[in-house]
Design a protein around this ligand. Structure first.
Ligand SMILES: [Zn+2]
Length: 70
């Protein structure tokens, strides 16, 4: 029983942290993707500010994971 409680608590922590994962986006109206690092080659051509946001926020903006990421 304790083991069950522990594993469900762990699950909550893991899913909460994946929702608040920080990603990087180009602050341009033309950007279509978010990135796990700001050194990604997908974000290098960005001529606007690079913003750090949560992955949830990026998805709300309609962005998808950059094609250069794993
Ligand atoms: Zn990228």
């Amino acid at each position: 029983m304790i083991k069950l409680l522990l594993s469900s608590a762990l699950f909550v922590v893991v899913s909460a942290s994946s929702n608040s994962t920080k990603v990087y986006i180009c602050d341009s109206e033309n950007s279509v993707a978010y990135h796990y690092t700001k050194n990604c080659r997908g974000i290098k051509p960005c001529t606007h500010d690079v913003l750090e946001v949560t992955v949830v926020k990026a998805k709300e903006k309609g962005l998808r994971l950059c094609g250069w990421e794993d």
